[in-house]
Structure formats: C-alpha cells, structure tokens
Design a protein around this ligand. Structure first.
Ligand SMILES: [Zn+2]
Length: 467
C-alpha cells in the first residue's frame, strides 16, 4: 500500500497523508439523517461523498468499519410526531424506510452499523456520568449541561471562540448558531408532551450531540480514524462531540475530520420558501434516473460547493449515456488481432490517473475525467483496428475497478422495462434478415426497436445499439 492517500483534515486545516490507527483497517463515523422528514439532495450529496470515501478506502486496500447513526429522538422528530399525532417510533419508522430505499436508489453502499439513538440511551447515560465525574457538567431545572469553560480545547475544530460568552449562559435547543457558543444540554428534563426515559441521571431524554459521542465510541472505540459530515455539522455538533468524548476519556476522539460543502440549487441556497427545495423522491417522481443523480452529485469534489441545476442533470444524463454506449459497443465488438501495446499503455495511464485523483482528497472530477479519457481512447481503438483479447481483459478489469468507486455504469437490470436480451435478439434477427437481403424485414425490426427507444448503428465492426 505504497500509494499515497491524502485528505484535508478540518481539525488541522491542511491536507495530510492518511494512515489508519490499525494497519489495513479504517474505522469511520458518518453522521446520519434525522428521520423527521425525507432527506433532501443536499443531505445526499454528503452521504454520496461518504460513499465515495468508503469505496476509495477499499480501493486503496483498507477494510472499512463504518457507522451511520439514525437520529430518531431529538427536537425535530418529537415535533414531527406531535404534529402528525402519532407515536415517535411510528413517525420515524416511515422516514427510516424511505432513507434506506433512497440509499439503494443512489447505489450507496450500506454501512456496517446503523445504530438508533433510542437504542443507546444507557450508553449515553454512562457518558454523562463520566462527564459528571470529570467535572464537566452542572444541573439546572432537571436538565444537565456541559460547561464549555471546563474544556479548554473547545473551539479547536470550528474556530469558534467561546470566551465572549457570559459564564453560565445556556442553550437548550439541539441546533444553534455560532453566536450561541454556550453551555449546551446533554440531558433534557422531562416534559409532559415529550418521550422520556427513567435513568440513573434522572428522568428525561438525551440532547442530540450526545448520541454521536456515545454510539461512535461504543462501536468504534474511544479513538478512531475518520469522522465525517456536512460543513453544517462542524459547529455546534462536531465541536460538542469532541468536548463530550475527550472530556470523558481524556484521549483524542478522532484523527481526521472530513466535511462536505453545501449544495446550492440553481445558484441559491436550498429553501422551501424559494421553491428550490428537492428531496431525492421529488427528482425520482419527475422521472430522473437515480444513477444520473448520483453522477451529478459526485461530479464536484466534496470540498467545493455544488451548484445543482437541471441543465447539469441533463449534462450528467448525457455523460452516463456516453459511458453506457461505449461499454455496450465494447461488449458487442469481437476481439481483433490488433497489437495490445497502445491500449495497454492507455490502461496503465488511466489506472494511475484515477488513483492519483481519488488519492488527492477524493478529487472525483479528475477521476471522472480520467474515465472519459480512457473511454474516448476505446472508441478510437474500436474505430481503427479494434482491441485484442488480452488488452480487452485488462481494460475490463480497470473499468470494473473504477466503477467499484464511482458506480455510474449502467445497472444490469433494465430501467426501460425492456430486457437487454430482447433487444439483442431483435438486433441479431435484423442482422440475419440483412444477410438474407430481406430488407423489408430488417427495416421493420429497426422500426420496432425505434419504438422501444433503441437506435441502431451499423459500423464496420457490426451493429451497435443505444437507448
Ligand atoms: Zn452526529
């Protein structure tokens, strides 16, 4: 594993060579959805960046243990269940199901663990007791707060300076702005209209930040390799996670922090009132192919803002079509006697460029560019002398390796409702009809294919078809 893999670490504010605590294994925690609503495309941009990260680590030879939490108790889920007039568990179950369906649609690999906050209450209580013993907490009106003045490293991740705040000023809500760098709530006193648990620290329910510290350390250890989220999570959420974990253990919590930038829609911040707010389901309902959405959302390196536009989605559809057409053409062209060297050299360069791009803090734009370059070279080779069997085998391997990270190649399952095999059969029948000089029959098959949305093209190497 001599290849360099480098990440920009939010904590140190620079790109660093990555090295895992345990050789060959990476433990990573990715903040998951709050299941009070359908996740929007900005959330999925972050989840897709984490999927690319996970797959890149595997490409570079690591085994990955990934944890993604499901926040099923917090201010927003409780408010949602209340408004819907159903129990919290019933309310969150539908959004958890929808979340997993969306992950599958976007081809996001499953993490090893999806812990739910409501199943880790005892671990959270343990953590509070450790923080109490270490002198980081105080109680007020039945709630327990973290005293940020007791943790001098507070603000190291986000750069927020808490000194300006009044001592003892507190914040009870789960999410708040930088201006409110105050003592935050670990445990909330019970309220008549909220679910609560009877625990050793008293009755009540956990604050949001506590769950990620408790669940990550329980499943990954007190110090682990990578923690990710969106830039929105840096403050207060991740800052508070560090204070909670390191305050309790006295050990470094996480070595490398990675954060994905915002997604804009048509140049503006996504907001319901602007009418530019899209869940993944909104786009699927409009007929957009989830593989194309995946392509678009990973096409911009994660530390750059991504401007989602419908023109961009259209361009992504064209790009995935180009990929599919070249792969199909390659598939349908028999191997030639052409010398292997030029193609082998192009494949080597491709593999090198592809890995270098991902190793450079997951530069997905460059990785995709390398893929399009090799596919252009494939088309040029097929236009000329074709590709020999040996070169073809290495090419197939290199492309499969690239798609193990990108996952933008056409799915095996047909999306049009028509099986590729049906199309193949018609294309073969048409070829037979042509060799038998039955042009009326050949033309009628061509029309039939056109009705199925399939166009065919007769090339020196045989007939190729595209949707
Ligand atoms: Zn979290």
């Amino acid at each position: 594993m001599a290849e360099p893999l480098r990440f920009y670490n939010t904590l140190t504010r620079r790109q660093e060579p990555f090295e895992s605590l345990e050789p060959g294994r990476v433990r990573m925690y990715t903040c998951g959805p709050t299941v009070y609503d359908y996740a929007h495309i900005g959330n999925f941009r972050t989840f897709l960046f984490e999927d690319v990260l996970r797959r890149t680590l595997r490409l570079f030879g690591y085994q990955v243990t990934q944890v993604m939490n499901l926040t099923d108790v917090d201010d927003r889920t409780i408010a949602g269940a209340h408004a819907a007039g159903v129990a919290l568990g019933e309310y969150t179950a539908r959004y958890i199901d929808a979340f997993f369906a969306n992950l599958d649609a976007l081809r996001i690999q499953r993490a090893e663990h999806y812990p739910r906050a409501t199943e880790y209450i005892p671990r959270m209580v343990d953590l509070i007791q450790r923080l109490e013993a270490a002198g980081h907490t105080y109680r007020s009106d039945g709630s327990i707060y973290y005293r940020i003045a007791s943790f001098p490293a507070y603000g190291r991740l986000s750069g927020v300076r808490p000194e300006a705040n009044l001592p003892g000023a507190r914040v009870d809500v789960d999410d708040y702005d930088k201006e409110d760098a105050r003592d935050f709530v670990l445990w909330k006193a019970p309220r008549a209209d909220e679910p609560s648990w009877q625990t050793a620290v008293g009755p009540g329910r956990p604050g949001w930040h506590l769950e990620c510290s408790a669940m990550s350390m329980e499943l990954l250890g007190e110090t682990f390799d990578i923690h990710c989220g969106g830039v929105d999570n840096i403050f207060p959420h991740h800052e508070n996670e560090i204070a909670q974990s390191e305050g309790a253990t006295g050990k470094p919590f996480v070595r490398t922090w990675l954060h994905a930038e915002h997604l804009l829609v048509e140049g503006e911040k996504m907001a319901k009132r602007l009418g530019n707010f899209f869940t993944l389901q909104d786009l699927l309902d409009r007929g957009h192919d989830p593989a194309v959405i995946r392509y678009l959302l990973i096409s911009v390196p994660y530390r750059q803002k991504l401007n989602f536009t419908f023109d961009g989605l259209h361009a992504a559809a064209q790009a995935t079509d180009r990929i599919a057409n070249t792969l199909r053409r390659l598939d349908h062209t028999p191997p030639s006697q052409a010398p292997a060297e030029p193609v082998q050299a192009a494949i080597q360069e491709f593999r090198r460029d592809f890995r270098a791009a991902l190793g450079d803090d997951l530069n997905t734009a460059r990785a995709l560019a390398a893929l399009h370059t090799i596919l252009r070279q494939v088309n040029i080779a097929l236009d000329a002398d074709g590709i020999g069997a040996a070169a073809r085998a290495s090419l197939t391997g290199a492309l499969a390796e690239a798609d193990s990270v990108l996952d933008v190649f056409p799915a095996v399952a047909p999306t049009t409702g028509r099986d590729d095999a049906d199309i193949e059969r018609l294309v073969a029948e048409r070829a037979d009809a042509r060799s038998a000089r039955d042009f009326a029959r050949a033309d009628s098959i061509r029309d039939q294919l056109a009705e199925m949305g399939v166009t065919i093209e007769d090339t020196p190497h045989g007939t190729v078809w595209h949707r």
